[in-house]
Design a binder for this molecule. Structure first.
Ligand SMILES: Nc1ncnc2c1ncn2[C@@H]1O[C@H](COP(=O)(O)OP(=O)(O)OP(=O)(O)O)[C@@H](O)[C@H]1O
Ligand SMILES: [Mg+2]
Length: 436
């Protein structure tokens, strides 16, 4: 009864009038002050409650609302996943995502032709026969739309309309899971090999005869030390990677001049196994601003890129390191070597964990295969860009662009994955790794 409700101010007025009338009536009828006041209070309360708006449930409110309700078709259209409504065996509604994945022709088509997948057909036929009962949970389908796409098919009966079919894209989740499984398998394999060598030598030394000969013992201990060091490097690199990944969204801001850092790394590499300090030729352009960065991580980046150039460049050949100011207030670091280069097909994969062009050679040089993966993550954290160009038989050029400390900071990273873009002829190729 909408006409009986009153706004709050009118309700107060109504209650006051009722209270006054009640008091006056009681007084006129000869009641004393207290009973008259009580009557007035009761009259006021009565008037207040009588004029209150009726309570309305949300459902009643919705039904009394004149706004038209969206149709099932409109609701399905608003969802990004492919969705189909199936009546009998025919597709009666398909949203845009479904038409984009399965083709425009599917509306009015038999569902067995629309989704040509035996598991899906079985489920939908069974479900159509069993009515409302839902047999089993979601089912996994591979190859719908594109060959390597993975979907999860869910079926929900809709009273009087048929079956609502939803395809959820699980390609990304599956790829991430696969990467995790591969990573654990690779890391275990990398650790198992030096561990097996160590155990083998310990057993041989325990045997007695080998331990008695000082020359053999010394040789064995040297190998064991090398293998233990390899395991230590691997664990250090793995921890490094996870630390850098954990800090992915915190933008390093300290101004770091690259020239002294390069000099420091050059000195450190000199004492390493690949050392040849004189091979590294450094050229720093005048007035290069410092970069906005994390000193320890930039040192790690230089270590690996210059270290790679020394390791994989021809023995004795020069390694040129240059730093200059590039476009968009970015500082460009370039490291060029004269080596055998990298065949084009390997370049997009170099920044994958444990990826090596020549695994035997990398291992014999003490490599873990994690160096460029670490470099990629450091560059991403600094909102920079990494580019690798190589020419087979001539050498490799690795460029890193880092924001200058004076530059306005680029927008924060999104959680989107990073892209590798390759280009080039069979003998000359390159890859960029950009923040998303
Ligand atoms: N300058 C280069 N010239 C030729 N090949 C290279 C060069 N830099 C990297 N590579 C190739 O890329 C692979 C991956 O390099 P990455 O730095 O990730 O690992 P690594 O050098 O083998 O080991 P780590 O750096 O962990 O000690 C190397 O194994 C090598 O095959
Ligand atoms: Mg390396």
């Amino acid at each position: 009864m909408a006409g009986m409700t009153a706004p709050p101010s009118s309700r107060i007025l109504l209650s006051i009038i009722a209270a006054c009338l009640g008091f006056l009536l009681s007084w006129l009828l000869g009641a004393g002050g207290e009973p008259a006041a009580l009557t007035a209070a009761i009259a006021a309360a009565g008037a207040w409650f009588a004029s209150r708006p009726p309570s309305v449930s949300p459902a009643q409110a919705a039904s009394s609302d004149d706004t038209p309700q969206p149709s099932l078709e409109e609701v399905m259209e608003a969802i990004d996943d492919p969705m189909l409504l199936v009546s009998g065996q025919l597709v009666t509604i398909a949203n845009s995502a479904a038409r984009a994945t399965l083709g425009d022709h599917i509306v009015g088509e038999d569902i067995r032709l629309a989704i040509r997948h035996p598991a899906a057909t079985d489920r939908l036929t069974l479900q159509a026969e069993s009515g409302d009962a839902v047999p089993g949970g979601p089912i996994e389908l591979i190859g719908i739309g594109q060959r390597d796409r993975r979907w999860e098919l869910n079926v929900h009966p809709i009273q009087g309309r048929g079956l609502l079919v939803r395809l959820a894209d699980r390609t990304g989740t599956h790829a991430a899971e696969q990467m995790r499984v591969d990573f654990v398998a690779n890391a275990s394999h990398e650790l198992r090999t030096p561990l097996a060598t160590l155990i083998g030598f310990v057993e041989t030394l325990e045997d007695g005869k080998a331990a008695e000969d000082p020359a053999t013992r010394g040789r064995f201990l040297k190998i064991m030390f090398g293998e233990a060091k390899r395991m230590q490097r691997l664990v250090d690199d793995l921890m490094s990677l996870s630390r850098i990944e954990a800090e992915k969204y915190s933008l390093p801001q300290t101004p770091i001049p690259l020239a002294p850092l390069i000099e420091e790394v050059r000195g450190a590499l000199h004492s390493g196994i690949v050392a040849d300090k004189d091979r590294v030729i450094v050229e720093i352009a005048p007035d290069v601003p410092p970069v906005a960065g994390d000193r320890a991580q930039l040192s790690q980046l230089l270590h690996n890129i210059i270290g790679n150039a020394l390791k994989y460049g021809r023995p004795g050949s020069p390694v040129q390191v240059s730093v200059k100011l590039a476009r968009d207030n970015m500082v460009k670091l370039a490291v060029r070597d004269e080596g055998e280069g990298i065949p084009a097909e390997h370049i997009p994969r170099l920044t994958e964990r444990f990826y090596r062009v020549d695994p035997g050679r990398s291992r014999s040089l003490g490599g873990t295969g994690l160096g460029l993966a670490i470099v990629k993550h450091i560059v991403e954290r600094h909102r920079g860009r990494l580019e690798i160009r190589s020419e087979v038989g001539r050498g490799t050029l690795v460029c890193v662009l880092l924001p200058a400390a004076t530059a306005p900071l680029p927008p924060a990273l999104s959680s989107k994955s990073h892209t590798n873009v390759t280009e080039g002829t069979p003998n000359r190729s390159s890859a960029h790794i950009d923040p998303a």
